[in-house]
Design a protein around this ligand. Structure first.
Ligand SMILES: Cc1cc2nc3c(=O)[nH]c(=O)nc-3n(C[C@H](O)[C@H](O)[C@H](O)COP(=O)(O)OP(=O)(O)OC[C@H]3O[C@@H](n4cnc5c(N)ncnc54)[C@H](O)[C@@H]3O)c2cc1C
Length: 460
């Protein structure tokens, strides 16, 4: 095969992998650059955070996914700048990459809306490190509560606040409540599951606001039944190692989790083009940059407003995957001097899980909740997991967890565990519950965007 054009893809997530795989038969050389060596199935991150699955069960090395694709090579590197004029991608210290076509698929990062002090006290859930850190904090809080003799401190240790009532926040809140009810109650002697308090705080009027009001109400009822306190219409104004505050209300909590927003990949800012409020690159009908038909931006990093609509497409995996396959086709067409086509999104619906046998789903006019929606959610997530080994492991783990009420991945890792003494209080906050110095703060303020709904699935 003669390789003519060089396509550089930044990001091996849902969008980047889709475009690379779809170019497998094209007469091009593809270089996929990712700062991680693995593709991550983010929809199941909360399962790692809640000790239901291990990290390796939802991630797969990008090299192994593309092993058989002869026209693709993978570089483990961070893209630090895109030079549109020179048509090259800078990779820090490594030599820059020249491209004929560039696909930006860098995804998004957690957005703290300019509060540089919040990431350390309220971890978000965006990558495996986040998930393991959340797991560690939640499990350590239970461990510390088991040792604690002061009831007030024990109460604070057993209070968990999740900020953000989108799908991720709902999943996390539900999973903490379940962890307390089904698993920990059996293994601890001094703490009771009823003492666990889970509070879900949402700034908007309802949880799962991207779903219909009816589905949102059903989700709220499920949360109520699980004993989760839902607070709506409140924006958190303060978070520290001892809890959160909104309006005049303060909740003392040793564990606060952030699920209230994302911003597009900071790499977008190096393009020197106007971005939207959450840092996304506005793209044309063919997902290319205005004035740069050789540069495409897809997935969470892009702002694509469908023809005749006001709302941009949501930041969900089906959008990224469909755009990835679409862009591969447009590159192939350009090489053959064929005109570009417009991208049309095929929306197959939305799903969110709340807990064991509880989920909500909207597929066209069909609205499901409870066990049928949960079964559907299970099937969809297993089906779209990359890698047969992972599918098998997840099925086995979930079946075991379902029938044995067990969470197999309850490992607390880190070097400072033995030094845990007391819960996070201003005077003597313990290391594991206090701000972790390793978590980076967001570089600059980015305004709020509503977290988007998880859409059903990538279309096959
Ligand atoms: C907790 C959580 C739950 C979710 N649940 C669902 C769900 O149930 N259903 C659903 O449809 N969607 C869900 N989503 C959203 C979905 O995961 C995203 O919409 C999707 O991942 C976007 O794909 P992408 O290719 O744009 O970005 P990503 O999949 O995030 O991939 C971006 C890739 O780019 C790499 N990268 C970023 N910057 C650079 C750089 N400068 N240099 C090199 N590499 C870089 C990253 O390492 C990453 O591999 C969820 C997201 C989260 C965080």
């Amino acid at each position: 095969m003669t390789l003519h054009k060089h396509v550089v893809v930044i990001g091996g997530g849902f969008g980047g992998l889709a475009v690379t795989k779809a170019l497998s038969g094209a007469d091009v050389l593809v270089t996929l650059v990712d700062r991680r060596n693995h593709h991550l199935f983010q929809p199941l991150l909360y399962q790692v955070a809640m000790a239901g699955l291990s990290p390796a069960e939802i991630a797969v090395p990008i090299r192994s996914v593309l092993r058989r694709q002869q026209n693709a090579r993978i570089l483990l590197a961070e893209a630090t700048r895109v030079d549109l004029t020179a048509r090259q991608v800078e990779l820090g210290e490594a030599p820059p990459l020249h491209y004929d076509y560039l696909v930006m698929a860098g995804g998004s990062v957690t957005n703290y809306f300019g509060h540089a002090e919040w990431p350390s006290v309220a971890p978000g859930l965006k990558d495996l490190e986040d998930a393991v850190e959340i797991r560690r904090r939640v499990l350590l809080a239970f461990e510390a509560a088991e040792r604690e003799t002061d009831p007030e401190i024990q109460r604070r240790l057993l209070t968990f606040v999740v900020i953000g009532g989108g799908p991720t926040g709902v999943e996390l809140a539900g999973a903490i409540a379940e962890l307390a009810e089904f698993v920990l109650a059996r293994d601890f002697r001094s703490i009771r599951s009823e003492s666990t308090r889970v509070v879900l705080v949402e700034g908007g009027a309802r949880v799962l606001s991207s779903f219909s009001p009816e589905i949102s109400e059903r989700a709220r009822r499920s949360l109520d039944e699980m004993g989760i306190e839902v607070v709506t219409g409140k924006r958190v104004t303060q978070i520290d190692a001892t809890g959160v505050a909104f309006d005049a209300t303060r909740i003392d909590a040793a564990t606060v989790l952030w699920a209230a927003g994302v911003a597009a990949s900071p790499l977008n800012r190096t393009l020197g083009v106007p971005l939207d409020r959450s840092g996304r690159v506005p793209v044309e009908r063919d997902c290319s940059l205005a004035g740069h038909p050789e540069v495409f931006c897809i997935g969470d990093a892009a702002l694509f407003v469908p023809e005749g609509q006001e709302q941009a497409l949501p930041g969900v995996s089906p959008v990224a995957m469909q755009q990835g396959r679409f862009v591969a086709r447009q590159i192939a067409r350009s090489i053959k001097n064929l005109p570009r086509e417009p991208f049309v999104y095929n929306d197959k619906g939305s799903l969110a899980t709340i807990g064991r046998s509880r989920a909500v789903a909207e597929v066209g006019k069909l609205r499901l909740s409870g066990f049928p929606a949960w079964l559907f959610w299970l099937f969809v997530h297993i089906y779209y997991l990359i890698d047969f080994r992972n599918r098998l492991l997840v099925i086995i783990n979930w079946a075991f967890a379902y029938f044995a009420y067990e969470r197999g991945a309850r490992l607390i890792t880190g070097h400072d565990i033995g030094r845990q003494h007391r819960p996070a209080v201003p005077a003597n906050a313990p290391a594991a519950l206090a701000p972790s110095p390793s978590r980076p703060a967001l570089e600059e303020a980015v305004p709020r965007v509503e977290p988007s709904a998880p859409a059903l699935t990538p279309s096959p």
